[in-house]
Design a binder for this molecule. Sequence first.
Ligand code: TYD
Length: 214
Amino acid sequence: MVNNGKFIVLEGVDGSGITTQTSLLKKWFTANKNIYGKAYFTKEPTDGPVGSVIRQALAKRLKPLDERVMALLFAADRLDHLYCPNEAEQQGGLSHLLAQGVNVVSDRYYLSSYAYQSLRVDLDWLQQINKHALKPDLTIFLQIPVNASVQRRNDSRFHEELYEKTETLINIRNNYLAIAKKLQAEGENIIIIDGTRDIETVFSDIKKAVMELF
Ligand code: TYD
């Protein structure tokens, strides 16, 4: 019998360093393949059919969509990601890969929906529409103060996407913390990491949490 792969998620407000840390984790998994097995790296919103609509909405290329509609799109994209085949290596989506023993690392997952969409949509309903989404084995939340997020974003962006206003980011950050704590209390494995430190220090905390899964 094959053991299931580990499902690991990285989360944080825009500019918190999740993309940088995910790429370090990818190098680390590649270097340690003999110990921890294969790892598949992915992100949400995806490049799939629903994800493409979401990206257009984020870039404000569509008419403004109601946040409930955005919430449903994110949830639909997630289920497509989990259960529907796309590329050759994902015959049945992420759930299939995990069942084959492949580790999966996702840049964002349902905690993003809870933190971002609960600005305008009721959290209970968000949890309901995401109830068919597998629980991660580990969610790593990179916490940074909002001024750091705004600074990093200004350094790297040409335009402002849907959820990138400073005031919005403050609320999203507060939501992340409160909801991460609520999910921890419900038994989810979520660690909160101080993302303001240098890249290597943050990564060493992430690596430690990942190694504890095996
Ligand atoms: P992001 O990771 O910032 O994409 P990129 O930097 O590659 O363009 O994600 C896009 C935005 O979507 C980000 O602001 C967070 C938001 N988002 C939600 O609001 N809900 C969700 O469920 C997810 C997955 C993302």
